[in-house]
Design a protein around this ligand. Structure first.
Ligand code: M6R
Length: 605
């Protein structure tokens, strides 16, 4: 996904910009560029490909101390030099970087062409920079207001003006942007890690806000152009915590961080063996809830499915779990008695944010479960539960998933208690089980050699199946997603009982089947489903409790997990699946942390 960085100060801007862009590489991109003011002119250097290509091209080309940089993930127009950012206005006065999508850019482009403007790229972003030229009235703020009055869609924009080497401007709507404050120097970034090396003092801009940034000052304005005062936040994470800490890949580091991430997510929320999320949810409101809608994408959606299942089972409240990309187009049945739970690691996923707004517009209260403090979903929700996973850099989500499940589980307990469905003794029991998760995860992590061997065995398969019953079939969805995402092997998750209704035709001796069995009631069922695929020649792998002897005897290979209450089993069952995907990707020589075609945070629809 696109990344922005900007600088004004005494340092050579290209150095700050390139190091900032390097920190944003994890977001995924296909081209990059910088624009630096020098001698009343703007030097733009950009190229398709990775940062190494750009760094080589930049060389010692620029010496200016003010500039903007960008990593692009193509949305309008293919990845190529011309479509890379920054873009210059036709008269070369303005230079702009943009994250987001301008929905009415075609009309605007037509209008500008009609006025004699020529375009060099296929991007929607070049329209914006030419609007700066069109509306240029000598006052940066008033020009910006005119531009933002014309464009529809989402944007985080950084603009420099070659005639103004003392300041530059940023504005945002529905796309994140922060301003970093230093001494005699200031920064902008779409993500905090880009500038954390230089400053820990950050302004987080809200929708519609504009900031005018000079070496010694940051002036912030609301969308009407009135000067406002904002709270300067001190970011407490160190840059080190966003680095690999000795692991070969961020993904492996993040898989191994899960015990700690679960501990941190529980911390401060368990009191006297009861759960207190400090949400200040009114008891009468909790009792009035007659439906729960869970809205999220990808892995976050599967976390929702794991606990959605349990909420229906334990609290007897109907739960609708939707893919956020579909939700708002399905005319969902939501009203003020529906509680909507949105789940998003980044808190910036465009579809999830749109789902949140759809539900809110229909009168529902919103609980956001997110890993990013002050992210868009956090700011727009009525209640927020922060997962304490720390920055997740690998595109494949791991620790975000398990911390989302634990956060949801705590929410389930709190709702159950307030609705007089769960008694203290039951909650005490569940709390103890939750507290046992980190240690049990650790035991699985220590047994990873076995999984490494299995990765060798499956690495040349062209297709795999994950099968399970009940909530295990949700763990299958996550296992298959992980494997597809980073090993590029086709994998399909299937409710095991459905195989015989068509899919069994695909099972042959070169299609391994991974079966998850953690449910006692359904154990005999999954065992007969395994027998069905074995008969068709499939080699079978089982994931289940360490003492599940019947299951162990049925499969060819087995990955044991420590026993835990069935409700929490998905938290353990997913660890071998994450490791299997990881080691398969490594053995295939893939780019584990940055899989092809994917981005960490999907901030466009
Ligand atoms: O930041 P979010 O949790 O909203 O992201 C949602 C999905 O894009 C994300 O979980 C994605 O599916 C992961 N890359 C999967 O590993």
């Amino acid at each position: 996904m696109c990344g922005i960085v900007g600088y004004i100060g005494d340092k050579k801007a290209q150095d700050v910009l390139l190091s900032g862009l390097k920190r944003l590489e994890y977001r995924g991109y296909d081209s990059a560029g910088i624009g630096v003011i020098e001698d009343n002119d703007i030097k733009v250097i950009k190229s398709k490909g990775n940062l190494a290509v750009l760094i080589n091209k930049v060389g010692d080309e620029t010496i200016g101390t003010q500039g903007i940089g960008h990593t692009r993930w193509a949305t309008h127009g293919k990845p190529c030099d011309e479509n890379s950012h920054p873009h210059l206005s036709e008269n070369g006065k303005f230079c702009l970087v943009h994250n987001g999508i301008i929905e009415n850019y075609l009309e605007l482009k037509k209008e500008l062409i009609g006025k004699g403007y020529n375009f060099k790229s296929d991007t929607d972003s070049e329209v914006i920079v030419n609007l700066f030229q069109l509306f240029d009235d000598g006052d940066f703020i008033s020009t910006t207001k005119k531009v933002t009055g014309k464009i529809e869609g989402s944007y985080a924009i950084g603009v420099i003006d070659k005639e103004n080497s003392d300041e530059f401007l940023v504005v945002r709507k529905d796309s994140p942007l922060v301003v970093g404050v230093g001494r005699g120097e200031n920064f902008i970034a779409s993500d905090i890690p880009a500038i954390l090396e230089y400053t820990k003092n950050i302004y987080i801009l809200d929708d519609g806000e504009i900031a005018l940034i000079s070496r010694d000052d940051v002036k912030i304005f609301d969308k009407a152009g009135n000067r406002i005062t904002k709270k300067l936040r001190e970011i407490t994470w160190s840059l080190e915590s966003a680095e690999k800490q000795g692991y070969e890949h961020f993904m492996l580091k993040e898989i191994n961080e899960q015990p700690e991430a679960i501990r941190k997510t529980l911390a401060g929320r368990i009191k006297n063996d009861l759960v207190d999320l400090n949400l200040n949810m009114d008891d009468a409101y909790v009792k009035s809830i007659n439906k729960i809608a869970i809205v999220a994408c990808g892995t976050a959606n599967y976390a929702g499915r794991v606990v959605g299942h349990l909420i229906e089972d334990k609290l007897r409240i109907p739960v609708l779990v939707s893919y956020a990309s579909e939700f708002r187009y399905n005319n969902p049945i939501i009203d003020e008695k529906t509680l909507t739970i949105v789940i998003s690691q980044s808190g910036e996923t465009a579809d999830t944010l749109a789902g949140l707004r759809e539900s809110k517009g229909r009168g529902s209260k919103i609980v956001a479960i997110t890993n990013v403090v002050e992210s868009s979903v956090a700011r727009e929700a009525d209640y927020v539960i922060y997962t304490q996973a720390g920055p997740e850099i690998a595109v494949a989500s791991t620790k975000a998933y398990t911390t989302q499940i634990i956060a949801l589980f705590m929410l389930l307990i709190e709702l159950g208690f307030k609705r007089d469905i769960l008694d203290v003794a039951t909650i005490n029991e569940w709390v103890k089980e939750m507290q046992s998760v980190p240690e049990k995860m650790q035991l699985i992590l220590e047994n990873s050699q076995l999984i490494k061997n299995y990765a060798e065995q499956i690495k040349d398969s062209s297709s795999l199946f994950f099968i399970g019953r009940g909530v295990d079939s949700v763990s299958c969805l996550e296992g298959a997603l992980k494997l597809k995402e980073i090993s590029y092997i086709h994998a399909e998750a299937y409710p095991a009982g459905e195989l015989k209704h068509g899919t069994l035709a695909l099972i042959t001796d070169d299609v391994p089947v991974i079966a998850i069995g953690t449910n006692k009631v359904l154990m005999d069922k999954i065992i007969s489903n395994i027998a069905e695929v074995k008969t068709r020649g499939a080699s079978t792998y089982g994931v289940g409790f360490e003492d599940e002897n019947k299951l162990i005897a049925e499969v060819d290979y087995y990955i044991p997990i420590p026993r835990i209450s069935e409700a929490l089993a998905p938290l353990l069952a997913v660890i071998p699946l994450q490791l299997l995907a990881y080691y398969t990707s490594v053995v295939k020589g893939n780019d584990v942390d940055k899989p092809r075609n994917l981005a960490k945070s999907v901030t466009v629809e």
